[in-house]
Design a protein. Structure first.
Length: 51
């Protein structure tokens, strides 16, 4: 088990992506040295902030 966190994330979400979108996500993650989960969380927050 990892370190305790200030903001636990107990909810797991699953969804489907086409291969092209997954490849773009993986490239973004590799360039920015972040996980897929972190990249998707950042994208969701950006969508919410834009509204």
């Amino acid at each position: 088990m990892g370190r305790p966190t200030d903001k636990p994330m107990p909810v797991r979400v699953g969804f489907r992506l086409d291969t092209e979108t997954l490849n773009k996500l993986d490239k973004y993650c590799n360039v920015n040295n972040i996980s897929r989960s972190k990249a998707i969380r950042k994208a969701i927050l950006r969508l919410i902030d834009d509204n």
